[in-house]
Design a protein around this ligand. Structure first.
Ligand SMILES: [Zn+2]
Length: 59
């Protein structure tokens, strides 16, 4: 069986939900992790293009 676990790209925490960027290229579990990797302007830019959203991974 394949477990579909998602880990934060910053702190490696197993995420039940969090930010997904660029269609799953990057995952961040919290604002803290997200904004330690990219700045707010960059996030807003990605968000505007529709490549950033909060998502839940539990089935
Ligand atoms: Zn994290």
């Amino acid at each position: 069986m394949e477990e579909n676990l998602i880990y934060c790209d910053k702190c490696n925490k197993n995420m039940g939900d969090g930010y997904e960027l660029h269609d799953g290229l990057y995952y961040y579990c919290s604002d803290e992790c997200l904004f330690s990797e990219i700045d707010k302007e960059e996030y807003l830019e990605i968000d505007k293009e529709g490549f950033a959203f909060w998502t839940t991974f539990e089935e």
